[in-house]
Ligand binder design. Sequence first.
Ligand code: NDP
Length: 480
Amino acid sequence: MEKIANYIGGELLAPMGGDYLDNIEPATGKVYSLIPRSGSADVELAVKAAQKAFPAWSALSNAERSKHLMAVSNRISEKLDELAMAESKDNGKPLKLAQSVDIPRARDNFAFFATAILHQEDEFHNMGEKGFNYTLRQPLGTVACISPWNLPLYLFTWKIAPALASGNCVVAKPSEVTPFTAYLLSQICMEVGFPAGVLNIVHGLGAETGQAMVEHDLVKAISFTGGTVTGARIAALAAPRFKKMSLELGGKNPNIVFDDCDFDRAVKTSVRAAFANQGQICLCGSRIFVQSGIYEKFKEAFVQRVKGLKVGPPQESDSRMGAVVSKAHMEKILSYIQLAKEEGGTILHGGKQVKLAAPYDGGYYLEPTVIEGLSFDCRVNQEEVFGPLVTLTPFETEEEVLMMANSTEYGLACTVFTQDLNKAHRVAKEIHSGIVWINDWLVRDLRTPFGGMKNSGVGREGGFEALKFFTEAKNVCFNF
Ligand code: NDP
């Protein structure tokens, strides 16, 4: 069985303790590779390698660093099919989705930050006869990047690329649930001659490997994407050590459909926003609020469309939904479906596990599930489920829907469907979330700030925000 290796100091290494974890294929429920269960000694080695590489890497010109990052981007592009297949197998997502979204985005993340550093302006503040100021933005040193399982290579590279582009060396940990494409990224780095020690990838459990990174004194910043509870734990460990932190956490995103929307577009986009990647995207719209005048019509059209989403083996071309990521996660989602029934909800579609024929009979498949009749403040409508489960809730007025949409502890994203320009701007301003889409979903310009309000996170990623996060600003005041 294939053994994944750590990537430290430019070499593929076994974990020092010799321990491995099972890597399970969600589509079949079977173990198909082994993951290093790395400990603090492996993290120590990775930090040492990063520290050693830092002087030379940070001294490179932006143009030279850009070339190294572009080489990785180009190689990801050349290996797109192999990487997409690996992502689909490791995560359970449809191969088509990995081919069209995950891997192209990983390629673009490297290319975006490789070129962004070529176009950065420096800050200069003129004080007239008293002199002037300029701001140096210097890399921090060694930084940690920790990412989740839902968009494995996509989110891993979204952190690593800006950290590297701005001159830092990185120790990174992908989720232990989906480590494979990070391992393939190690191989890509070796193939393109990426400088040794600049990027180090250490596999293992969050509470062991991840925590050792967070606690390490020489790690100057932590860029983390994952659950809110884990984010709080990381913040508690990092804050007394005065580390910089960027936390991208959970969401419970509202999808607001007004009477005056483009109806077909609203239905089509809402289905995609609800069930893409089996509902396992932090930006998925899992609470759909529909204005009363079109509620019944929307419900009928929405459920009709959901019925057409075929749940099947991830690599089959007509599967619209694959497997959810793990048995534990499937059981968590099923427990929320049960809770929805106890809270008085009516299941309009789905609600059950899907049993496929061998060899997929042990896989973790769920029906896309649509529920109505729940109060906006019940647990199912307040807690993040992170699976193929959405609720439909009618509303009368703009004030009422804003109150319900803003009622959760989260504030990551929101989608609004309306053709009224004024209303769109008003709602965008009043909604508590870091990202608002009007008449669309998941469209991303990588230059824009990305992140959440309230318990959905601290700080912003994307564009120059990310490059700023990974640097220390130093003002130089010059009096001539
Ligand atoms: P987790 O919080 O469980 O894990 C995220 C990462 O943190 C994993 O690599 C995990 O390792 C690691 N980790 C866990 N415990 C610690 C610790 N004590 N110290 C350091 N690292 C640790 O999240 P999931 O992987 O379950 O991802 C799903 C969550 O991510 C959802 O809540 C979702 O909303 C959120 N998310 C947010 C996004 C955003 O941009 N705001 C985007 C995508 C997802 P391991 O897996 O090995 O335990």
